[in-house]
Design a binder for this molecule. Sequence first.
Ligand SMILES: C[S@@+](CC[C@H](N)C(=O)[O-])C[C@H]1O[C@@H](n2cnc3c(N)ncnc32)[C@H](O)[C@@H]1O
Length: 291
Amino acid sequence: MGLTQTIEPIAPAVVFDQVTDQQLARFADLIYDRSGILVPSHKKMLLSNRLRRRLRDTGIANFDDYYRHLKRLKPDDSEWDAFLQEITTHETYLFRDKVQWDWFRGDFLVQCASDAMAGRRQRSLRIWSTACSTGDEPTTVACCIADRIPNFRQWNVRVIGTDIAVGALKQAKCGVFSEQAMRLVDKSYCKRFFTKTDGEQPWRSKPVLREMLLFKQHNLMDPPSERMFDLVLLKNVLIYFDARSKRTVVDNVCSAIRPGGLLLAGATEGISGLIGDFQCIKPWLYRNCTF
Ligand SMILES: C[S@@+](CC[C@H](N)C(=O)[O-])C[C@H]1O[C@@H](n2cnc3c(N)ncnc32)[C@H](O)[C@@H]1O
């Protein structure tokens, strides 16, 4: 009796190794030139994993071919968007850094409302959330405005959220959030300003918030397209930048703040030496003193 052995066909496996030191250096230069983000050499594994996803999606065989492909593309090509989405870190959640939101609700907005009542300012508010990722930060801004500015619908309110990563902005525009992202939101705000369904992102902001928000792609290394903001938030992004790119970003962002307007920075941004004519009000808050 003959022995029949069934051999399973082996699916062609594509094995991508880690990037070499030389490949890492080339990608790091490309990323730095395009976004200001620094990729240190110890991030080899992370970069390799993220690049592998682009290889799979594009069907490109190896890191060198993908690098050459990117270099040939125009900066507005959708593969650049997909690449930047992949190599950026999008960790965010609503009401991140409670002390800053307590100030925003309790001091800043209350002052704006009373100044408007007394005729000391227009009923207008322009706020820019830079590097807003999936929109949690500008949505937090909108929640606080809806809560603390009486008759805010009669105000001219514009909250702009920008990011370099188009994928993150796509989610931001939908206004959907996971349980994890909503964990610090007051119960009363959840009820007033959000609806809940099932799924991975069960919370959705109500139109009352979404109507205040506008999302756009913007690279912080480029000059801003809008100016005269009352308040600009620059949080949890500059940790990925070196001193040179930080200076460019801070100059760009500061140029968008109206005289007397404020810059709210993350605790880790490390911008105190770069802030020029701005007066430090709190360790994370600066006023534009140029008039
Ligand atoms: C960790 S998230 C911070 C989100 C939010 N500001 C917060 O504090 O929760 C950092 C964001 O910065 C964005 N980013 C990185 N480099 C950028 C650049 N050059 N221009 C604009 N956004 C950038 C990333 O895409 C990412 O969404």
